[in-house]
Design a protein around this ligand. Structure first.
Ligand code: SF4
Length: 449
């Protein structure tokens, strides 16, 4: 058991400057190195004195009483000489110990939570991006067009769907705290993003693993939970699109935000099947919910809601009757956007062993029938938009016109809005259009006068 060691980062001359005190063991030291590496990559400089820093981070140790005392004493020292202090590390797991003695620290974050420390630094001392010197732009390196971005709110999954090996590959649900997510969203919007696409493995479960931890962001306290996240993202003034939601009752509250225009009236829910017995064999989350009743309720709450989903046909043991049940369910649900896969056995998935596999020719036939049914529904639902005025976001422009999307279309997975005459339009631009025609999956429009 080594006595906690104290290490200070060396000084450089440029603002914004961080003072950093690293206490404790080698694991804490590695944490400090990772935080400092990221801060340096973001353009922060380091100060070896409290007075020369704009803000001080103290990485604490909570191993033994002596270490706790030293941590509390160091925080006090930093407050006295600098005044702006963020605390992280092992003692951060017991924030009351810190806040009782030092109620004026800016933020307390727990051990190994790099994202939360960085978010706190960004909030209280935003990075200064220099486009001539920095190799990495403030929003990071992205592979999507400039006007939309994916916002990952968690990793892993606590469910155990029998056809899926993601929990084995990526582990259990690990949510990012809400202030870290919001800080990233703010950077993206600042860099010109007009549409945030919220993704995870199970968006409705967001925050359950961190007990919906509370965090302040721009002086408002939020819980790290689905509803608060949607509410907070709705303040950015950009499109917010929610993917991978499950039909739990608490989703109703988010639909109200959609009806009020805070987030897009668009929900991506991977239902996967409509037969209760197949859903049970799939071990799907919320399989006991009456999804049709939920859909009807949501549409009453928010009539302009677009529902998107994916399905699996030919799941092991799927009988003719169960498949017919699926088609009936689909007709009743009247989903706007639908994708479908034929079941294929992923190595390691428990579904492979639960029942006889559906022969390939029957899978093929069911797939064709399913897609035909989905196409009819899609065409009929799109028809309803003809004659409407819509605000669209232009994705690309070429010699034949522009490809755009309204609030009803997510990029890459849904249909699009074709604009025939695109003179003066450019990617990333909002345009008011009038829908003049529809086909099976797409809408056709002209720029509104
Ligand atoms: S399919 Fe099921 S187990 Fe796999 S990631 Fe999605 S919710 Fe989790």
């Amino acid at each position: 058991m080594n006595a906690p060691k104290r290490r200070r980062a060396s000084a450089r001359r440029r603002a914004p400057k961080i003072g950093f005190v690293s206490l404790g063991c080698a694991k804490a030291l590695v944490d400090s190195e990772r935080i400092l590496t990221t801060l340096r990559a973001e353009g922060y400089l380091l100060s070896s004195s409290y007075e020369g820093a704009d803000l001080v981070v103290v990485n604490t140790c909570g191993f033994i009483d002596a270490a706790i005392d030293e941590s509390l004493q160091t925080i006090g020292e930093a407050l006295e000489h600098n005044g702006r202090v963020i605390v992280t590390g092992c003692l951060g797991a017991r924030p009351e110990r810190i806040l009782d003695r030092h109620p004026h620290v800016l933020k307390v974050t727990g051990p190994h939570d790099y994202a939360a420390v960085l978010a706190a630094v960004h909030e209280h001392l935003p990075p200064q991006h220099d486009p001539f010197l920095d190799l990495v732009p403030p929003q990071g390196i992205r592979l999507t067009p400039r006007h939309y971005a994916y916002l990952k709110i968690s990793e892993g999954c606590n469910n155990s769907c029998s056809f899926c090996i993601i929990p084995a590959l990526r582990g259990r649900l690990a949510s990012r705290r809400i202030d870290a997510v919001l800080a990233e969203a703010e950077r993206l919007v600042g860099a010109g993003v007009k549409e945030l696409l919220v993704i995870s493995q199970d968006t409705s479960a967001y925050g359950a693993d961190i007990r919906y931890e509370r965090a302040r962001w721009h002086d408002v306290e939020y819980q790290s939970r689905f509803l608060d996240l949607a509410r907070a993202l709705g303040t950015f003034g950009v499109w917010v699109r929610l993917h991978y939601v499950y039909p739990y009752p608490h989703v109703d509250e988010v639909i109200e935000l959609m009806a009020a225009g805070h987030v897009l009236p668009y929900l991506d829910i991977p239902f996967q099947h409509g037969s209760p017995t197949v859903l049970k064999r799939m071990r799907r989350p919320a399989h006991a919910e009456d999804a049709l009743a939920r859909i009807a309720h949501w549409r009453r709450q928010c009539p302009e809601l677009t529902l998107r989903s994916t399905f699996i046909v030919g799941f092991p043991g799927e009988t003719d009757a169960e498949f017919e049940e699926l088609l009936q369910w689909l007709r009743a649900a009247q989903l706007d956007r639908v994708g479908c896969f034929k079941y294929s056995p992923v190595e390691g998935a428990s579904a492979n062993a639960i029942a006889a596999h559906v022969p390939a020719d029957i899978q093929e036939e069911r797939y064709a029938r399913f897609m035909e049914c989905a196409a009819q529904i899609s065409a009929a639902r799109l028809q309803r938009h003809v004659g409407q005025r819509r605000r669209v976001l232009v994705d690309s422009v070429n010699d034949d016109g522009a490809i755009a999307r309204s609030e009803s279309e997510a990029p890459e997975i849904d249909g699009v809005v074709h604009i025939a005459e695109a003179t003066g339009l450019s990617a990333g631009q909002w345009v008011e259009v009038e829908i003049i025609a529809s086909d099976t999956y797409d809408l056709h429009a002209r720029v509104a006068g």
